[in-house]
Design a protein around this ligand. Structure first.
Ligand SMILES: *Cc1c(COP(=O)(O)O)cnc(C)c1O
Length: 829
């Protein structure tokens, strides 16, 4: 079903757009903002003025959207969605707001009067990096689509004062610096002094005379809302990201203050404030930290109290809460939500268990983002008991009833019961023998829908980590393949390609990305191919200029731009990419006069601060780059550059310039990927494994139009089960052996044979991600890439076919699928 039909019923209160008065209002706001600014206005002043003016417009739209949603009625087919996520990787907002409001030309002129160019002003905005990577960026794309589709919704997150760390490089090594993104203030957020909720921690549970249970927390914090407004582009709807800021309920201990003990007086305040400090900088390991659990609990509690308050305002009763509201868990981080919702319904609103549980099950749904068992959060019981005693009681009760159900359905299957229990009794891997609460299990038991993020991932999810649950409740598991917003990732990031596409098929793709398929018959048009290449070439020059500015390295804009940008992780196999660079380097040195296709390999990405192997890979990229880039025998036949501090803004500059997209994770490890989609949308060809959404992309634009290589999931499993020996591959392949030997012997580390010993040992010993097994095919496929690049017409044709096939990968389609399969009232029956 098309998204537009689903939402047709909501459009009764549709607001029509009238650009001219907006432009007028904008000019007034800009003048007011600039009144106090020095003359000529600095770029920062212009940026803030423009943001403030946009915000004013959007705030009105926000109020109108809320009013329209409040009237949606008891029988609305679409529930209001509450998207709970510990991460939102928003990036900059001004360019998006300007495009949404249709103010590009107005602002271009206004800035020109001040002697400034629009892109230079936009660059002054801080990048809101309140997320680690793909999971957080997905949440940000979803907010854009919520607005675009007119879905009644709230995104809920935390207002971290320091986002993802800023990555610096010193002597080729990653150094982490705090990312002080609020330093210049945040023009987008609207502090909501009127939206505040108390959130408790610790203390004990008291039992009243009538047997009802009451939690008496030892510590109470106040969560206050800050709203971040996200505009639609083709209507006047806006969506909201509501971020919570914690403070102490009693900010200072007045007695201590009067005694002159200032540190003592401020203790509560500092403890509360710590919750706001930083985004937990790791999305792949069990954090095991009290502060993180407090952050999660605060997000969940404040968001659900907000939902309940709004629902009571709108409907006056809680009985239809589950029918009117969806609560979505973006991974297990907010998986405390069902326990907190039960607590609120039982203890604060006097509901009986069965009704509260039915409502919870209706409301809650959960997206799994990874098959790696170590990434499924588990909290030690003692920590839960200390911080959230009432929640633990409720979890025990949920588990007790669940176990009773299983006893009836699967009599005698003790193994099943202990595997699916919400409580890990004996302490599994990494538990140190303590009992733990399994948050993923809580999320599944309490959800009416659980989904994976690409077809392969959803399949593997029910075959591996959640196999037991899929046996118990097969109807609960679904797939919703990820997508990206075409507004940010094509329209704004790549204005030249956007105009070229507009000139051939019109502007409709911005709203309905499926319209890109109209490009398909045009792929044979040589003139379009040449124009396409001209656009790409200009984008490459822009990236080349950035590389020169940032790193002092001159790269040839006529070389093939081969790009891998994403979090640094062993399973994503940046190391395989570097091994190929070394192989190519050795081949060029051995045969410098061969007809080499000049290549510039670009890598960017952050490594989790405690992840030594990932940091070692970053260092190797620098070491290899230094040697290769300065070797006169190589010249511009090969360059390897590492661009520091990967972020949404950096991605927006790099993607439009990419010609080859590296999506080379070991088959079965990348849940979906969304970087892969952004590249293809910008006309890069993909060299990729049969993994995540690569598969669905290949199916969409034709497998023959992707450089597909490597072992597939079944082959990976088979090789591993037969006893994989990476050394055999090295011994058999002279090229691979030479590459490994060069790294091990210190050729890239100034003779230091120690630096990469751990890395090489791991490759030759376990090689869990099968780099050695995939190396030969990868290198051979890279040669096929070269061959095609030598035929520009053929390359252009394929690039256009890639873009033409990307219509399905819009986050608008993803959200329409969520509505259909997970969030609609229909999904409850
Ligand atoms: C899209 C995006 C990601 C996700 O990239 P993958 O290649 O899918 O891992 C991570 N970080 C940023 C800044 C992004 O824009």
């Amino acid at each position: 079903m098309k998204a537009s039909t689903i939402f047709a019923t909501l459009k009764t209160a549709a607001m029509s757009s009238s650009p001219t008065p907006i432009q007028a209002a904008f000019k007034t706001a800009l003048q007011r903002e600039l009144r106090g600014a020095v003359d000529p206005a600095s770029r920062e002043a212009l940026m803030r003025a423009a943001a403030a003016a946009c915000r004013e417009q959007l705030a009105e739209r926000w109020a109108a959207t809320q009013a329209a949603d409040a009237k949606r009625g008891v029988d609305a087919p679409v529930r209001r969605v509450h998207y709970l996520s510990m991460e939102f990787l928003m990036g900059r907002a001004l360019g998006n707001a300007i495009a949404a409001l249709g103010l590009d030309e107005t602002l271009r002129e206004a800035f020109a009067v001040q002697g400034q160019a629009l892109p230079d002003v936009l660059e002054r905005e801080n990048d809101a990096a309140l997320g680690n990577g793909g999971l957080g960026r997905l949440a940000a794309c979803f907010l854009d689509s919520f607005a675009e589709l007119g879905l009644p919704s709230f995104g809920y997150g935390l207002r971290y004062e320091y986002g993802m760390f800023a990555q610096g490089i010193q002597d080729g090594r990653q150094v982490e610096r705090p990312d002080d993104w609020l330093r210049l203030g945040n023009a987008w957020e609207v502090p909501r002094a009127d939206v505040r909720y108390a959130v408790g921690f610790g203390g004990r549970v008291e039992v009243d005379a009538d047997g009802s249970r009451r939690w008496v927390p030892a510590e109470t914090l106040v969560a206050q809302a800050y709203d971040f407004i996200v505009p639609a582009h083709h209507s006047e709807r806006v969506s909201t990201l509501r971020q919570w800021h914690a403070s102490a309920a009693a900010p200072i201990d007045f007695n201590a203050f009067c005694r002159g003990s200032y540190a003592q007086a401020a203790k509560h305040r500092v403890q509360a404030d710590a919750i706001n400090w930083v985004l937990y900088p790791d999305d792949s390991t069990d954090p095991g930290r009290e502060l993180r659990l407090k952050q999660e609990a605060l997000l969940v509690s404040a968001s659900l109290q907000d939902l309940i308050a709004r629902h009571l305002r709108e409907f006056g009763s809680l009985h239809n809460l589950g029918k009117a509201n969806a609560i979505h868990l973006n991974d297990t981080h907010p998986a405390l939500a069902p326990a907190e919702l039960m607590r609120l319904l039982l203890d604060e609103h006097g509901m009986v268990w069965d009704e509260a549980w039915a409502i919870t099950r209706q409301a809650v749904s959960y997206t799994n983002h990874t098959l790696m068992p170590e990434a499924l959060e588990k909290w030690p019981l003692y920590l839960f008991e200390a911080l959230l005693p009432r929640h633990l009681e409720i979890i025990y009760e949920i588990n007790h009833r669940f176990m009773e159900e299983l006893k009836a359905r699967f009599p005698g299957d003790e193994g099943l019961m202990s595997r699916v229990s919400l409580i890990e009794e004996d302490g599994g891997f990494g538990s140190g023998g303590e009992r733990r609460v399994r948050m993923a299990h809580l999320a599944i038991v309490a959800s009416h829908r659980v989904n994976g993020v690409a077809a392969l991932h959803s399949e593997l999810m029910v075959q591996t980590i959640f196999a037991d649950y899929a046996r118990i409740w097969p109807e609960r598991f679904h797939n919703v393949t990820n997508g990206v917003t075409p507004r940010r990732w094509l329209q704004q990031a790549n204005p030249a390609l956007s105009s070229l596409i507009d000139s051939r098929i019109g502007k409709g793709w911005r709203k309905d990305l499926a319209e890109l398929s109209k490009l398909k018959p045009l792929a044979e048009d040589a003139e379009l191919g040449r124009q396409f290449r001209t656009v790409k070439r200009a984008n490459k020059e822009r990236l080349a200029a950035l590389i020169r500015r940032e790193l002092g390295i001159a790269v040839n804009p006529d070389s093939l731009f081969d790009v891998q940008i994403k979090r640094i992780h062993e399973y994503k196999r940046q190391l395989l990419n570097i091994l190929h660079v070394v192989a190519r380097y050795q081949a060029i040195v051995a045969n410098p006069d061969a007809n080499w296709v000049p290549r510039t390999v670009v890598i960017a990405g952050k490594a989790a601060s405690a992840y030594q192997m990932a940091k070692s890979i970053i260092q190797l990229a620098h070491d290899v780059g230094r040697v290769v880039n300065s070797d006169p025998r190589v010249g511009d036949k090969l360059k390897l550059v590492f661009l520091p501090n990967y972020s949404v803004s950096l991605a927006e500059t790099i993607l439009p310039a990419a010609e080859l997209s590296e999506q080379i994770s070991t088959a079965g490890t990348e849940a979906s990927g969304t970087g892969n989609m952004k590249f293809a949308l910008n006309g890069a060809l993909t060299i990729g494994t049969w993994d995540g959404a690569n598969i669905e992309m290949a199916e969409a634009f034709g497998v023959e139009n992707m450089f597909s290589f490597g072992l597939r999931t079944e082959a990976v499993a088979k090789i591993k089960s037969l006893g994989y020996d990476p050394r055999l591959y090295v011994e058999e392949n002279r090229q691979l052996k030479a590459v490994i030997d060069a790294i091990a012997s210190g050729e890239f580390s100034g003779g230091d044979t120690h630096r990469y010993r751990a890395l090489v040992d791991k490759l030759l010993g376990h090689d869990s991600y099968l780099l050695m097994a995939d190396f030969a095919d990868y290198v051979a496929t890279q040669l096929r890439v070269d061959a095609l690049y030598q035929d520009p017409a053929a390359w252009n044709r394929r690039a256009i076919l890639n873009v033409a096939g990307m219509g399905w990968f819009s986050s608008d389609r993803t959200i329409a699928d969520y509505v259909e399969r997970v969030w609609s009232v229909k999904s409850l029956s």
